[in-house]
Design a binder for this molecule. Structure first.
Ligand code: PSU
Ligand code: MN
Length: 299
């Protein structure tokens, strides 16, 4: 594993570091804007006083923290594969380019000693899971990975209720940031209640320290941060596009790890960029909040 020197220095000096995933760049956002957006996300982490560590596999080597050239290849190179935890060793051995999901980013970040990670949306249980068994490895990985994931909840392309039930079974704590409603990515409220609310970054940092002390740090934690009010999508429009996207995926016979990228792309096209703007706004807000939590934790 290659740890970028800036990240390694920060970790050695116990300064705040925030891990960032790369599948969102390569498979969640359209080219070529994704490159500019990935830099904006890193800038949001810096604005919060932390060092960004974007994670990816470059020429077979897992990297924690990417230089400019590597970030550009992950964003623009068409050969980049979406790599979850089970794919890491295969992409590594084949010497290829791999974009890491929430699961594989969390795994590598934890190996590097990074405790806080920001992304857009967590993977979860898909709506037809009763028949397809399609549940993201993000969930099972968080059940054994000591990382806090700051996200805007899960997309309504998923079965949100089932995802929350699985997180409970897997011992993954869920905190709402200044809310007692689980956010629905493009929408501030997915319709599901949360038990725990965090009022500020210090509170979340205390939870992380308590996890360390109680030896429950082996389990991941989710900090669910609702999209800023001004950036939320119109609910009726959102529901229409979602229904059309699910039907299109079904008709096209999309399966396995292609399902999530297909639905994200469908949303961006059908809303003429409105969902893209929302997506960028929420990731930026999550990056900033993660930096504030990492700073509080380091202090
Ligand atoms: N949700 C989003 N945007 C994304 C993803 C999920 O709103 O880019 C990506 C993340 O990398 C997540 C992955 O870890 O999709 C989950 O994919 P799957 O369902 O195949 O595990
Ligand atoms: Mn899946």
């Amino acid at each position: 594993m290659v740890i970028h020197p800036e990240v390694a220095d920060a970790l050695a000096e116990h300064r705040p570091v925030v891990a960032l995933e790369s599948t969102i760049i390569s498979h969640g956002l359209p080219r070529p804007e994704n490159l500019r957006i990935s830099r904006e996300i890193e800038a949001a982490v810096r604005a919060g006083g932390a060092v960004p560590a974007t994670v990816a596999v470059v020429d077979g080597e897992p990297h924690v923290g990417l230089g400019d050239e590597a970030l550009e290849r992950i964003a623009l190179d068409g050969s980049v594969v979406k790599a979850s935890v089970r794919d890491l060793a295969i992409v590594a051995a084949s010497g290829g380019l791999g974009a890491t999901t929430v699961a594989s980013t969390a795994h590598l970040a934890a190996q590097a000693g990074i405790r806080v990670f920001a992304t857009g949306g967590l993977g979860g249980v898909h709506r037809a899971a009763r028949d397809t068994w399609d549940e993201s490895a993000d969930l099972t990985t968080l059940s054994r990975t000591p990382v806090l994931v700051v996200c805007a909840g899960v997309k309504s392309i998923l079965d949100v209720g089932a995802t929350l039930e699985r997180l409970e079974t897997l011992n993954v704590g869920v905190l709402g940031y200044r809310t007692d409603r689980f956010p629905g990515f493009y929408l501030r409220d997915s319709g599901h209640a949360l038990y725990w609310t965090a009022p500020d970054p210090d509170y979340v940092a205390r939870v992380l320290h308590a996890q360390d002390a109680l030896a429950t740090a082996g389990y991941g934690l989710v900090l669910a941060n609702p999209i800023p009010p001004a950036d939320e999508l119109n609910r009726a429009r959102h529901d229409d596009v979602l229904a059309a996207g699910l039907a299109a995926a079904d008709r096209a016979g999309v399966r396995g790890k292609d399902v999530t990228p297909f639905l994200l792309d469908f949303f961006h096209r059908e809303t003429h960029g409105e969902s893209l703007r929302a997506n960028v706004a929420l990731v930026r807000a999550n990056a900033r909040l993660a930096a504030d939590v990492a700073s509080a934790y380091a202090a």
